[in-house]
Design a protein around this ligand. Structure first.
Ligand SMILES: Nc1ncnc2c1ncn2[C@@H]1O[C@H](COP(=O)(O)OP(=O)(O)OP(=O)(O)O)[C@@H](O)[C@H]1O
Ligand SMILES: [Mg+2]
Length: 251
Protein backbone atom coordinates (compact mmCIF):
# COMPACT_ATOMS: atom_id res chain seq x y z
CA UNK A 1 0.00 0.00 0.00
CA UNK A 2 1.15 3.50 -0.79
CA UNK A 3 -0.16 6.45 1.11
CA UNK A 4 0.00 10.10 0.02
CA UNK A 5 -0.60 12.40 2.98
CA UNK A 6 -1.36 16.10 2.52
CA UNK A 7 0.79 16.51 -0.58
CA UNK A 8 1.39 20.08 -1.72
CA UNK A 9 3.50 20.96 -4.74
CA UNK A 10 3.93 24.27 -6.51
CA UNK A 11 6.10 25.42 -9.37
CA UNK A 12 6.69 29.09 -8.61
CA UNK A 13 3.16 30.62 -8.52
CA UNK A 14 1.54 27.56 -10.03
CA UNK A 15 -0.02 25.48 -7.24
CA UNK A 16 -0.30 22.07 -8.83
CA UNK A 17 -1.05 19.83 -5.83
CA UNK A 18 -3.08 21.34 -3.01
CA UNK A 19 -3.13 18.83 -0.19
CA UNK A 20 -3.76 15.45 -1.79
CA UNK A 21 -4.61 12.52 0.47
CA UNK A 22 -4.90 9.07 -1.12
CA UNK A 23 -4.45 5.43 -0.15
CA UNK A 24 -3.35 3.28 -3.07
CA UNK A 25 -4.32 -0.27 -2.27
CA UNK A 26 -2.23 -3.34 -2.83
CA UNK A 27 -3.42 -5.88 -5.39
CA UNK A 28 -5.57 -3.27 -7.08
CA UNK A 29 -5.42 -1.09 -10.17
CA UNK A 30 -5.64 2.43 -8.71
CA UNK A 31 -6.58 4.79 -11.53
CA UNK A 32 -6.01 8.53 -11.40
CA UNK A 33 -8.25 10.47 -13.76
CA UNK A 34 -8.81 14.17 -14.37
CA UNK A 35 -8.45 16.63 -17.18
CA UNK A 36 -5.16 17.65 -18.76
CA UNK A 37 -3.09 19.79 -16.42
CA UNK A 38 -4.85 18.56 -13.27
CA UNK A 39 -1.53 17.36 -11.88
CA UNK A 40 -1.63 13.58 -12.47
CA UNK A 41 1.92 13.30 -13.79
CA UNK A 42 3.32 15.66 -11.16
CA UNK A 43 1.58 13.55 -8.51
CA UNK A 44 3.00 10.29 -9.88
CA UNK A 45 6.48 11.79 -10.07
CA UNK A 46 6.12 13.02 -6.49
CA UNK A 47 5.18 9.52 -5.36
CA UNK A 48 8.28 8.24 -7.15
CA UNK A 49 10.46 10.83 -5.45
CA UNK A 50 11.30 12.60 -8.73
CA UNK A 51 9.63 15.74 -7.34
CA UNK A 52 10.04 16.81 -3.72
CA UNK A 53 6.68 17.77 -2.19
CA UNK A 54 6.58 21.23 -0.52
CA UNK A 55 4.49 19.66 2.23
CA UNK A 56 3.22 16.19 3.04
CA UNK A 57 4.51 12.65 3.03
CA UNK A 58 4.65 9.65 0.73
CA UNK A 59 4.56 6.38 2.64
CA UNK A 60 5.46 3.02 1.08
CA UNK A 61 4.07 0.17 3.17
CA UNK A 62 4.64 2.12 6.37
CA UNK A 63 7.99 3.64 5.39
CA UNK A 64 8.18 7.39 4.83
CA UNK A 65 9.96 8.07 1.53
CA UNK A 66 11.70 11.26 2.67
CA UNK A 67 13.05 9.51 5.78
CA UNK A 68 14.56 6.52 3.98
CA UNK A 69 18.31 6.08 3.88
CA UNK A 70 19.95 6.45 0.46
CA UNK A 71 20.49 2.72 0.40
CA UNK A 72 16.85 1.93 1.23
CA UNK A 73 15.61 4.44 -1.37
CA UNK A 74 17.83 2.81 -3.96
CA UNK A 75 16.41 -0.60 -3.09
CA UNK A 76 12.88 0.81 -3.28
CA UNK A 77 13.54 2.04 -6.83
CA UNK A 78 14.22 -1.57 -7.78
CA UNK A 79 10.86 -2.58 -6.36
CA UNK A 80 9.09 -0.14 -8.68
CA UNK A 81 8.16 -0.98 -12.26
CA UNK A 82 7.48 1.97 -14.52
CA UNK A 83 5.63 2.36 -17.75
CA UNK A 84 5.91 5.83 -19.12
CA UNK A 85 4.34 7.52 -22.10
CA UNK A 86 6.06 6.49 -25.32
CA UNK A 87 7.38 3.27 -23.78
CA UNK A 88 11.01 4.41 -23.81
CA UNK A 89 12.45 1.24 -25.34
CA UNK A 90 16.06 1.18 -26.47
CA UNK A 91 15.92 1.18 -30.27
CA UNK A 92 19.29 -0.46 -30.72
CA UNK A 93 18.42 -3.40 -28.47
CA UNK A 94 16.26 -6.37 -29.36
CA UNK A 95 13.04 -7.10 -27.49
CA UNK A 96 14.77 -9.69 -25.31
CA UNK A 97 17.71 -7.35 -24.58
CA UNK A 98 15.32 -4.56 -23.60
CA UNK A 99 13.53 -6.83 -21.13
CA UNK A 100 16.82 -8.21 -19.81
CA UNK A 101 18.31 -4.76 -19.24
CA UNK A 102 17.03 -4.12 -15.67
CA UNK A 103 18.10 -7.64 -14.68
CA UNK A 104 21.62 -7.01 -15.98
CA UNK A 105 21.68 -3.67 -14.18
CA UNK A 106 20.19 -4.53 -10.83
CA UNK A 107 19.76 -8.24 -10.20
CA UNK A 108 22.19 -10.80 -8.90
CA UNK A 109 20.81 -13.50 -11.15
CA UNK A 110 23.05 -15.79 -13.19
CA UNK A 111 22.90 -15.59 -16.99
CA UNK A 112 20.78 -18.72 -17.08
CA UNK A 113 18.37 -17.37 -14.45
CA UNK A 114 18.06 -14.15 -16.45
CA UNK A 115 17.26 -16.14 -19.60
CA UNK A 116 14.55 -17.97 -17.68
CA UNK A 117 13.10 -14.78 -16.24
CA UNK A 118 13.05 -13.06 -19.64
CA UNK A 119 11.29 -16.10 -21.09
CA UNK A 120 8.75 -16.11 -18.26
CA UNK A 121 7.78 -12.43 -18.56
CA UNK A 122 7.75 -12.61 -22.36
CA UNK A 123 5.31 -15.51 -22.19
CA UNK A 124 3.27 -13.68 -19.57
CA UNK A 125 2.68 -10.72 -21.91
CA UNK A 126 2.28 -13.05 -24.89
CA UNK A 127 5.39 -11.99 -26.79
CA UNK A 128 6.64 -15.49 -27.59
CA UNK A 129 8.92 -15.56 -30.61
CA UNK A 130 9.64 -11.83 -30.67
CA UNK A 131 13.01 -12.17 -28.86
CA UNK A 132 15.28 -11.02 -31.65
CA UNK A 133 13.03 -8.35 -33.16
CA UNK A 134 13.91 -4.67 -32.77
CA UNK A 135 11.34 -2.15 -31.44
CA UNK A 136 11.02 -0.56 -34.90
CA UNK A 137 9.95 -3.91 -36.33
CA UNK A 138 6.95 -4.47 -34.05
CA UNK A 139 3.56 -2.75 -33.62
CA UNK A 140 2.76 -0.09 -31.01
CA UNK A 141 0.74 -2.59 -28.98
CA UNK A 142 3.64 -5.05 -28.99
CA UNK A 143 6.07 -2.29 -27.98
CA UNK A 144 3.79 -1.53 -25.06
CA UNK A 145 3.84 -5.19 -24.07
CA UNK A 146 7.65 -5.16 -24.20
CA UNK A 147 7.58 -2.15 -21.86
CA UNK A 148 5.27 -4.03 -19.50
CA UNK A 149 7.49 -7.12 -19.61
CA UNK A 150 10.51 -4.95 -18.83
CA UNK A 151 8.64 -3.19 -16.03
CA UNK A 152 7.75 -6.48 -14.34
CA UNK A 153 11.07 -8.27 -15.02
CA UNK A 154 12.35 -7.45 -11.52
CA UNK A 155 9.08 -8.66 -9.86
CA UNK A 156 8.18 -5.17 -8.62
CA UNK A 157 5.90 -4.58 -5.65
CA UNK A 158 4.72 -1.33 -7.19
CA UNK A 159 3.78 -0.59 -10.79
CA UNK A 160 3.32 2.95 -12.09
CA UNK A 161 1.88 3.68 -15.52
CA UNK A 162 1.48 7.16 -16.97
CA UNK A 163 -1.05 7.11 -19.82
CA UNK A 164 -0.29 3.53 -20.89
CA UNK A 165 -2.84 3.74 -23.71
CA UNK A 166 -1.58 6.84 -25.43
CA UNK A 167 -1.11 6.26 -29.13
CA UNK A 168 -2.95 2.94 -29.15
CA UNK A 169 -6.16 2.10 -30.99
CA UNK A 170 -9.11 1.35 -28.66
CA UNK A 171 -8.92 -2.42 -29.15
CA UNK A 172 -5.22 -2.62 -28.35
CA UNK A 173 -5.75 -0.23 -25.45
CA UNK A 174 -8.21 -2.70 -23.89
CA UNK A 175 -5.70 -5.55 -24.27
CA UNK A 176 -3.02 -3.48 -22.53
CA UNK A 177 -5.44 -2.41 -19.77
CA UNK A 178 -6.49 -5.98 -19.13
CA UNK A 179 -2.89 -7.10 -19.01
CA UNK A 180 -2.05 -4.42 -16.44
CA UNK A 181 -5.10 -5.44 -14.42
CA UNK A 182 -4.29 -9.17 -14.59
CA UNK A 183 -0.66 -8.83 -13.54
CA UNK A 184 -1.62 -6.45 -10.73
CA UNK A 185 -3.86 -9.11 -9.21
CA UNK A 186 -1.61 -12.04 -10.10
CA UNK A 187 1.54 -10.54 -8.55
CA UNK A 188 -0.31 -8.59 -5.84
CA UNK A 189 1.24 -5.28 -6.87
CA UNK A 190 0.21 -1.79 -5.83
CA UNK A 191 -0.51 -0.34 -9.26
CA UNK A 192 -1.13 3.31 -10.06
CA UNK A 193 -2.30 4.27 -13.54
CA UNK A 194 -2.77 7.81 -14.83
CA UNK A 195 -5.31 7.85 -17.61
CA UNK A 196 -7.69 9.91 -19.71
CA UNK A 197 -9.39 6.83 -20.99
CA UNK A 198 -12.94 6.32 -19.76
CA UNK A 199 -12.88 2.76 -21.14
CA UNK A 200 -9.97 1.99 -18.82
CA UNK A 201 -11.89 3.39 -15.88
CA UNK A 202 -14.86 1.15 -16.57
CA UNK A 203 -12.81 -1.94 -17.47
CA UNK A 204 -10.14 -2.03 -14.79
CA UNK A 205 -10.86 0.70 -12.23
CA UNK A 206 -10.67 -1.19 -8.94
CA UNK A 207 -10.10 2.18 -7.27
CA UNK A 208 -10.62 5.43 -9.14
CA UNK A 209 -9.34 8.81 -7.98
CA UNK A 210 -10.62 11.96 -9.67
CA UNK A 211 -8.29 14.96 -9.53
CA UNK A 212 -9.16 18.59 -10.15
CA UNK A 213 -7.37 21.80 -9.26
CA UNK A 214 -4.73 19.96 -7.30
CA UNK A 215 -7.27 18.17 -5.11
CA UNK A 216 -8.75 14.71 -5.00
CA UNK A 217 -12.40 15.63 -5.56
CA UNK A 218 -13.85 12.12 -5.74
CA UNK A 219 -12.92 8.47 -5.30
CA UNK A 220 -14.75 5.21 -5.78
CA UNK A 221 -14.72 2.18 -8.08
CA UNK A 222 -15.60 1.62 -11.73
CA UNK A 223 -19.29 0.96 -11.08
CA UNK A 224 -19.67 3.89 -8.70
CA UNK A 225 -18.17 6.31 -11.20
CA UNK A 226 -21.22 6.02 -13.46
CA UNK A 227 -23.60 6.73 -10.59
CA UNK A 228 -21.60 9.54 -9.05
CA UNK A 229 -23.51 12.74 -8.44
CA UNK A 230 -20.31 14.76 -8.12
CA UNK A 231 -20.64 17.51 -10.73
CA UNK A 232 -17.07 17.27 -11.95
CA UNK A 233 -17.21 13.49 -12.30
CA UNK A 234 -20.58 13.67 -14.09
CA UNK A 235 -19.20 16.18 -16.55
CA UNK A 236 -16.17 14.01 -17.23
CA UNK A 237 -18.19 10.82 -17.67
CA UNK A 238 -20.96 12.46 -19.67
CA UNK A 239 -18.47 13.91 -22.09
CA UNK A 240 -17.08 10.47 -22.70
CA UNK A 241 -20.56 8.94 -23.04
CA UNK A 242 -21.40 11.50 -25.66
CA UNK A 243 -18.24 10.58 -27.45
CA UNK A 244 -19.26 6.93 -27.40
CA UNK A 245 -22.73 7.73 -28.80
CA UNK A 246 -21.19 9.67 -31.67
CA UNK A 247 -18.87 6.76 -32.40
CA UNK A 248 -21.82 4.35 -32.29
CA UNK A 249 -23.82 6.55 -34.67
CA UNK A 250 -20.96 6.64 -37.14
CA UNK A 251 -20.74 2.85 -37.34
N1 LIG B 1 8.74 20.45 -14.08
C1 LIG B 1 7.77 21.35 -14.07
N2 LIG B 1 8.05 22.66 -13.87
C2 LIG B 1 7.06 23.56 -13.83
N3 LIG B 1 5.76 23.28 -13.99
C3 LIG B 1 5.41 22.02 -14.20
C4 LIG B 1 6.41 20.98 -14.24
N4 LIG B 1 5.77 19.80 -14.45
C5 LIG B 1 4.46 20.09 -14.54
N5 LIG B 1 4.22 21.40 -14.39
C6 LIG B 1 2.90 22.05 -14.38
O1 LIG B 1 2.07 21.32 -13.52
C7 LIG B 1 0.72 21.29 -13.99
C8 LIG B 1 0.20 19.88 -14.00
O2 LIG B 1 0.89 19.13 -14.98
P1 LIG B 1 0.76 17.57 -15.14
O3 LIG B 1 1.70 17.18 -16.22
O4 LIG B 1 0.90 16.91 -13.84
O5 LIG B 1 -0.74 17.40 -15.64
P2 LIG B 1 -1.49 16.06 -16.07
O6 LIG B 1 -2.71 15.95 -15.24
O7 LIG B 1 -0.55 14.92 -16.05
O8 LIG B 1 -1.92 16.40 -17.55
P3 LIG B 1 -2.04 15.43 -18.83
O9 LIG B 1 -3.36 14.74 -18.65
O10 LIG B 1 -2.05 16.36 -19.99
O11 LIG B 1 -0.88 14.48 -18.84
C9 LIG B 1 0.75 21.98 -15.34
O12 LIG B 1 0.28 23.29 -15.15
C10 LIG B 1 2.21 21.98 -15.72
O13 LIG B 1 2.52 23.08 -16.49
MG1 LIG C 1 0.22 13.63 -17.47
Amino acid sequence: MIQAKGIHKSFKENRVLNGVDVHFNRGQANLIIGSSGSGKTVFLKTILGLHQPDQGQIIYDGEVLSEMSKQRAKKLRQEIGMLFQGGALFDSMTVAQNIRFPLEMFSELTAHQMDERVKFVMNRVRLEGADSKFPSEISGGMQKRVSIARAISMSPKYLFCDEPNSGLDPETAIVIDQLIHEITHEFDMTTIVNTHDMNSVLEIGDHVIFMKGGHKVWEGNSSEVLKSTNEDVEEYVFRSKLFKQVRQALR
